[in-house]
Design a protein around this ligand. Structure first.
Ligand code: SUG
Length: 446
C-alpha cells in the first residue's frame, strides 16, 4: 500500500528555558542557567517545519503544553490562586517549579512510539504516548500528549492511540527516541527495532540513568500487535549512555533500508545487525552505515549530535537526505565525515544543515523535535487537517509566536506569575488557530 512518512513536530513552548533538569544529557547540564530565547526557539522550530513542508513532505504540528503545569504543583500541596501557588512554590520548592515549567514536550520524538498499520495485526496505526517517567519534568507530558495524538488521529477504525504504559520504572518509556523502523517502502511491512538502556530495576553498571527498559519495549510491541519475527530488541551500550547518549537517537537513526549508527551505539552491534537481517529476511536487504570511533569519536558524535539528524526520503531524490544540526559543521571530525558521506555512493546521498540552536542547547537536535508517523492514503485523509502545516497556517503560527512569546527568559523569570497568564492567553488563542476546541488544556477545563 502507498504511504508517506509524515513528521509531527512539537511546537516550542512559551517557557522554553535552560533548567539543567536532565542528568545524563550533557547539553542540558552544561547550559543550565543560560538565558533562553523562547520566541527565537519557536520560530526556529516553525522554520524547520515549513522547509520540510515546502520540500513536499507531510508535516504536522503538535501543540505546546500548558506550563507551569499547575496540577503538578497542586498535587504537591500548593494551594490558592494560580499566582499564590507559583509564588509559594518559588519560595518553598524552586526545583519543583522549574520542573513544572519545562517546555520539554517540544521534543516530539519522545512523545510516543508509532507502529504503522502495515506492521500491526489489526492493520490499524498504533500509537502509545510515552510515560517519560525517568525525569520529573517530563513525567507530566503523557496525558496531554495522548489528548493531542487523539486530536491528530481521529477515527478508531484506522488509529488506536493507547494511554501511556503504567507509571512505574519497570515500564520506563521515552517513546520513538528508542525506536527505529526499517522497510523497503513506508507502506510495506517493516522491521521495528526497539532499543533499551536497561532491564527493569536498578542498573549498577551505569553512571547516568538509562531511560528505556526492555519490559517497556516488549509491552509496546505486544499492545501494537507486532509480528514477533519482524521485531528486534537491542541493548544500548553502557559506554554510549555514560558518554551522554541518554536516548538511542543520539547515536543512531534509521530510515527505509538504512541504519546509520555509531559503532558504540549498541552493546553488540554485530548481533543487532544480524537480528535485523534475519527479521528483514524476504522483505528487504538492510544497509548498515556504521561510523567508527576512529572516524568520529563518540564524544564528538554526542556534542555535534550527528546522529540526531532526520534521515528522510525527499520527493524526487533517489537517495536519503540527512538533515543534520548546524553544529555538525563546527566539529572537525564530524564535518569531515559529512563531506565523506555526501561524496560516497551509499544510501545517504547528501547532508543538509538546519539551525535549531535553541533546542540543541537543551540536548534536542532536529530528530528530537519530530515524531515520525507513516500514513497510508486513507489515514492521511483521516488525519486532522488543522494540525498539518500549510502555507496559510505557517504565517498564522509565526504571528502567534511573535505576539505571545517573550524574547528572553532568565531562570528567575520562571517565578513570575505573569508568565502563567501569558501562557494561558496564548494557548487559548492557539486553540482557535488549530481548532482544538475550548477544553483541550487542563486549565480550560478547570
Ligand atoms: O529529555 N532535554 C530533553 C531532550 C530530549 C531530546 N530528545 C531526544 N533525544 N529524542 C531530555 O533530556 C532539558 C530540559 C532542561 O534542562 O531545561 C531536557 O529535558
Amino acid at each position: 500500500m502507498k504511504a508517506v512518512e509524515a513528521n509531527y513536530d512539537g511546537l516550542v513552548g512559551l517557557t522554553h528555558n535552560y533548567g539543567g533538569l536532565s542528568a545524563g544529557n550533557l547539553a542540558s547540564a552544561n547550559n543550565k542557567g543560560l538565558v533562553s530565547r523562547p520566541r527565537e526557539a519557536a520560530l526556529q522550530g516553525l522554520a524547520k517545519m515549513k522547509n520540510l513542508h515546502d520540500a513536499g513532505l507531510v508535516q504536522g504540528v503538535l501543540p505546546p503544553q500548558e506550563r507551569p503545569f499547575l496540577p503538578l504543583l497542586r498535587a504537591a500541596g500548593f494551594t490558592g490562586t494560580n499566582a499564590q501557588i507559583i509564588e509559594s512554590a518559588a519560595k518553598n520548592d524552586l526545583a519543583l517549579l522549574r520542573a513544572a515549567s519545562s517546555s520539554a514536550f517540544m521534543w516530539a520524538a519522545n512523545a510516543a512510539t508509532i507502529s504503522p498499520g502495515a506492521d500491526t495485526k489489526d492493520g490499524r496505526l498504533h500509537a502509545s504516548a510515552a510515560n517519560l517517567l525517568t525525569m520529573l519534568h517530563r513525567s507530566i507530558e503523557g496525558e496531554q500528549t495522548t489528548r493531542a495524538l487523539r486530536a491528530a488521529f481521529p477515527g478508531a477504525d484506522l488509529f488506536t492511540v493507547h494511554d501511556p504504559l503504567p507509571p512505574q520504572e519497570t515500564f520506563a518509556d521515552e517513546g520513538a527516541a528508542n525506536h527505529v523502523r526499517l522497510c523497503a517502502e513506508h507502506g510495506a511491512p517493516g522491521v521495528e527495532l526497539f532499543v533499551h538502556g536497561r532491564l527493569a530495576g536498578f542498573d549498577a553498571r551505569l553512571k547516568f540513568p538509562a531511560r528505556q527498559t526492555l519490559q517497556a519495549n516488549q509491552a509496546l510491541a505486544r499492545r501494537h500487535g507486532l509480528d514477533a519475527q519482524r521485531t528486534v530488541f537491542a541493548l544500548q551500550s553502557a559506554k554510549a549512555i555514560d558518554a551522554g547518549a541518554f536516548h538511542n537517537d543520539v547515536v543512531c537513526v534509521g530510515s527505509k533500508t538504512c541504519l546509520f549508527f555509531h559503532e558504540h551505539a549498541f552493546a553488540d552491534a554485530s548481533e543487532t545487525c544480524e537480528a535485523i537481517r534475519i527479521a528483514a529476511d524476504d522483505l528487504f536487504e538492510p544497509q548498515f552505515v556504521q561510523v567508527s570511533e576512529q572516524e568520529v569519536p563518540l564524544a564528538d558524535a554526542i556534542t555535534s549530535y550527528l546522529f540526531n539528524s532526520m534521515l528522510v526520503e525527499m520527493p524526487g531524490e533517489a537517495r536519503l537526505v540527512l538533515i543534520a544540526p548546524g553544529e555538525c559543521r563546527k566539529t572537525e571530525s564530524v564535518a569531515r565525515y559529512c563531506d565523506k558521506l555526501s561524496a560516497s555512493n551509499g544510501p545517504i546521498g547528501r547532508v543538509e544543515f538546519v539551525n535549531v540552536r535553541q533546542s540543541m542547547r537543551n540536548g534536542g537536535g532536529p530528530a528530537c523535535l519530530r515524531l515520525r508517523v507513516v500514513l497510508n492514503d486513507a489515514e492521511r485523509r483521516a488525519a486532522n487537517p488543522d494540525m498539518l502545516m500549510n502555507d496559510r497556517l505557517y504565517p498564522k503560527l509565526c504571528a502567534w509566536v511573535e505576539k505571545h512569546y517573550r524574547e528572553e527568559l532568565a531562570p528567575e523569570d520562571l517565578t513570575d506569575p505573569a508568565l502563567c497568564i501569558e501562557g494561558q492567553t496564548a494557548l487559548d488563542a492557539l486553540c482557535g488557530i488549530l481548532n482544538l476546541g475550548s477544553g483541550f488544556y487542563p486549565f480550560q477545563r478547570a
